[in-house]
Ligand binder design. Structure first.
Ligand SMILES: Cc1cc2nc3c(=O)[nH]c(=O)nc-3n(C[C@H](O)[C@H](O)[C@H](O)COP(=O)(O)OP(=O)(O)OC[C@H]3O[C@@H](n4cnc5c(N)ncnc54)[C@H](O)[C@@H]3O)c2cc1C
Length: 832
């Protein structure tokens, strides 16, 4: 057995096998896969094999789409039939809101070219008479997906991998990982059968690998422990039952092709045909997390006991939906561990803090996702970056604050939320509040309805102070929800008066030391600011696309304060620290400190913001302390507000006169009270993230995770003013080589009047699909919907008339100049 390879994949389930296949397909000819037991002996063997397109994420839609197309090619390549039954997938809606969810999904799916049709209840009944349709509003139908045999597709991928030179070694367990500075040394133990259990033998080898990928399924916690990292991949119980024959189905099949998969989302279940009967799979309430601390040796290709009581409601709903199955007995049952993560997306990408260690863990739709994950992860490993932005799947989207207890409870919630209505303004309740700023209670008392950002509670908007517990839940909609009017008032307050936003979740790093300046100059695209000034800048990936957006405040010759998006603390820290470790030898000593939780941030903005601050600033000359002369736009000053030392930065993400007030977190309540009292005289309003999101679109300010990500360069984001082409920086040549594949634009939209786009809808020019929205909302200034997005450069000129698809209809959208509100920045620069 070879002991020196380029890439070692741990885990021979659907996911690991696909990764090994795709690494070889991408050109790596020295790939080995280790499986502790037999291929498919993890969750893969007992999956139901459904391949649903449906999900609400852009990246995952691409992944699922690739899988479905790829699996169809495997038989021709390997001669093995993967058992793909392309029977179609019928997703039914019992309510108008459910149809609206499908319409939003479909608009996103269309950006990826996924085919679908909507059907009325009569059309459903005419084609599939066994379905009870009297209580349906319609359905979304995909005719190109269906189900597959999970073991067969894995074996076909394994054969394809072997044909491409991959070595697959079974009964070897990876037991220890050591990075020797250039390579991983992986200790593997030969596993043997003993009394039906799989146990380690005395035989061990060390395999040296430049790259390691872990795809260890339900063993993710053990893997994480060996690597010394924390990841929230913990399985939950998942059940499906196989029913005896249904004579009506058998009769129907005499003259018809196989029945499509029937998803009754409002009844939390799916049903598919199986040998003349039906399989019922459920996403029920109260399914417990399992294996929080590892999988016992005795658990191999095993199952848990069926819990029929837990799925009774869904079983009765199935009988309602397909009445002919009422008398079919129970033939078989499966209750297996299905790995989950708190948001239901897998963890795919570089492991935190480790070089050349890649994770592919936490798959709950792993059969559907395996093909695409292998394809895109191989692109990341072989080419440096995937063609789609994989950030929403990155393993570092949770931070070190995460615990086993939190992950287990959130995974249970994610499981039972599979079929809830996925409102874009959804907030999930489990394990909250957890990370709160000191002002949390004060904000709550003033009506704050909080959103979840990387564990933090951040006000989304301020509703009525006496709102019932269910207020936010009831306020959600695919159209303008009950919160909309509150956000409108908040946005207006900032445009016409003054508002205060809690931005404490921002990620903050201090970078200093003799190598700091040269390092940051290389690491980021813009000219570094002078001392006392700030800039907006980008760190790029090795492929020249946007890895992170920073505001950099230069507080000394070699002293910098970096601010980046609050949702991405561990993600940003990891990239920064790895780059520093790689470059310190070239640039000299660099001190890096992640100080996110040490500093709270209030953003005060609006034409009256200077008046509020002037009344509380302690300065020899308060009247001029905040003037353009002493405190110009895009500068940083250490000031004192009452008794609170504040690092103030004159910048406002809302595009209005304003300052960010970075303050010691322990003094936050003092500062909050001070600002609130001073603000009273000027009608200051507390403002949440939703209004801020609308306001920044009126200024065409790109948001990280929306317009800015690893699938576009800053030039494509149309931000050349923040890229200094006269200097060398990381990713520059690659960025230039990419050219402009699509362009970021701002659009004003004449929508339905009671709804705004959410920022994931498809854009058309006539009959041609030309792009997609990445942000959406309402503009209080223009009194209509607004959005930002990417379109083909041929269609990006100001004034171009496009159309955006919302609720299955096309609505006029006009490309406007960048920063349609106050393009000269007159209000931001206002002196006083
Ligand atoms: C009842 C049920 C129904 C399901 N239905 C569907 C469905 O219809 N569609 C769908 O897409 N998904 C479905 N799933 C989910 C699906 O089964 C999983 O998402 C998928 O199998 C995960 O594949 P994997 O390769 O990540 O993990 P696994 O299949 O669990 O593979 C991981 C492998 O890693 C090996 N391993 C672990 N640690 C080590 C180590 N240290 N050294 C060597 N080897 C190691 C294990 O032995 C195992 O073989 C279902 C799951 C359940 C429980």
């Amino acid at each position: 057995m070879k002991t020196n390879v380029k890439a070692l994949v741990i885990g021979g389930g659907a996911v690991g096998t696909s990764i090994a296949y795709h690494l070889a397909a991408a050109g790596w000819d020295d790939v080995m896969l280790l499986e502790r037991d037999e291929l498919t002996s993890g969750s893969t063997w007992h999956a139901a094999g459904l391949l649903p397109y449906f999900n609400m994420s852009f990246a995952t839609t691409h992944i699922h789409d690739y899988s479905i197309r790829f699996y169809k090619t495997l038989e021709e390549e390997t001669g093995l039939n993967a058992g793909f039954a392309v029977v179609g997938n019928l997703r039914m809606a019992q309510t108008i809101e459910r149809m609206e969810e499908y319409q939003l999904y479909a608009s996103t799916a269309e950006t990826c070219g996924v085919p679908y049709v909507f059907l009325t209840p009569d059309e459903i009944k005419a084609r599939w008479p066994l379905i009870e349709t009297s209580d349906l509003k319609g359905a979304l139908y995909h005719n190109t997906d269906g189900y597959i045999n999970p073991a067969d597709v894995t074996m076909a991928m394994a054969k394809g991998a072997r044909q491409r030179g991959v070595m697959i070694e079974r009964r070897w367990q990876a037991d220890a990982f050591h990075w020797n500075g250039t390579h991983w040394e992986v200790t593997a133990t030969k596993m043997v059968e003993k009394g039906g259990n799989l146990v380690p033998s005395d035989e061990q080898i060390v395999i040296t690998a430049e790259h390691v990928v872990t795809a260890s399924g339900n063993h993710a916690q053990r893997t994480a422990k060996m690597l010394g990292i924390k990841i929230p991949a913990i399985p939950v119980e998942h059940q499906f039952i196989v029913m005896d024959v249904d004579p009506a189905l058998q009769e129907y099949r005499k003259t018809n092709p196989e029945h499509p998969v029937v998803r009754d989302a409002d009844a939390q279940s799916y049903v598919r045909e199986e040998r003349g009967g039906w399989i019922l799979g459920v996403y029920e309430k109260h399914a417990p997390a399992r294996f929080e601390y590892g999988v016992p040796d005795s658990f191999r290709a095993d199952l848990f006991e069926l819990n029929l009581e837990r799925i009774e409601e869904q079983y009765l709903a199935m009988i309602h939906r397909i009445p002919s199955c009422e008398d079919s007995g129970l033939k078989n049952d499966f209750n297996g561990p299905i790995c989950y993560t708190p948001d239901g997306n897998p963890l795919v990408g570089p492991a935190p803090g480790l070089h050349n260690m890649w994770l592919a863990e936490g798959f709950s739709f792993g059969i559907t996702a395996a093909g695409g994950t292998g394809y895109y992860l191989a692109q990341m490993m072989v080419k440096g970056e995937a063609e789609i932005d994989m950030a929403s799947l990155d393993p570092k989207r949770y931070g070190p604050w995460m615990t086993t207890e939190w992950a287990a409870r959130k995974n249970e919630e994610a499981y039972e939320h599979v079929y809830i209505l996925h409102h874009p303004d959804e907030e999930r309740p489990a394990c909250r509040p957890l990370r709160t700023t000191p002002a949390f209670d004060r904000q709550k008392a003033r009506g704050a309805q909080f959103g979840w950002v990387n564990g933090w509670e951040r006000p989304n908007y301020f509703g009525p102070v006496d709102a019932p517990e269910s207020f936010d839940h009831d306020a959600r909609s695919f159209r303008r929800g009950g919160w909309w009017k509150h956000a409108v008032e908040e946005a207006k307050a900032i445009r016409t008066g003054v508002g205060l936003i809690d931005a404490s979740a921002f990620t903050k790093h201090r970078i200093s030391g003799p190598g700091a300046t040269a390092f940051l100059d290389w690491f980021t695209t813009n000219k570094l600011p002078k001392v006392g000034r700030i800039n907006l800048t980008y760190a790029l990936t090795g492929a020249g696309t946007t890895r992170t957006e920073y505001t950099i405040a230069r507080t000394g010759d070699d002293d910098y304060y970096l601010i980046s998006a609050g949702a991405w603390t561990a993600y940003d820290q990891d990239y920064l620290y790895k780059a520093i470790a790689d470059k310190e030898a070239d640039f000299g000593r660099i001190n890096a400190q992640e100080v996110t939780t040490q500093w709270g941030v209030f953003a005060i903005a609006g034409p009256k913001s200077r008046d509020v601050l002037q009344s509380i600033i302690k300065d020899a000359d308060p009247a001029t302390a905040l003037s353009n002369k002493r405190f110009p736009w895009l500068s940083v000053r250490d000031i004192e507000l009452g008794m609170c030392p504040v690092r103030a930065i004159r910048v406002a993400y809302t595009g209005e006169l304003g300052w960010e007030l970075h303050h010691p977190i322990e003094m936050q309540n003092y500062l909050f009270d001070l600002l609130e009292k001073a603000g009273e005289a000027h009608g200051m309003k507390l403002v949440g993230a939703r209004a801020q999101n609308w306001l920044r679109q009126e200024k065409s300010y790109r948001a990280f995770g929306n317009e800015l990500g690893r699938d576009a360069t800053p030039m494509e984001a149309d931000l050349p003013r923040f890229v200094d082409l006269n200097k060398d920086f990381h990713g520059k040549a690659e960025m230039q080589a990419k050219g402009i594949r699509s362009t970021c634009v701002t659009l004003l939209i004449d929508g339905p009047g009671n709804a705004d786009p959410w920022g994931r809808e498809v854009l058309y020019h006539g009959d041609t699909r030309v792009g997609r929205l990445t942000s959406g909302g309402y503009s209080v200034h223009f009194g209509k919907s607004i959005g930002m997005g990417y379109v083909h450069p041929d269609h990006a000129a100001v004034g171009t008339q496009l159309q955006v698809k919302m609720f299955d209809q096309l609505w006029p959208a006009t490309i406007v100049e960048d920063s349609p509100y106050d393009p000269q920045n007159a209000t931001i620069r206002k002196d006083g």
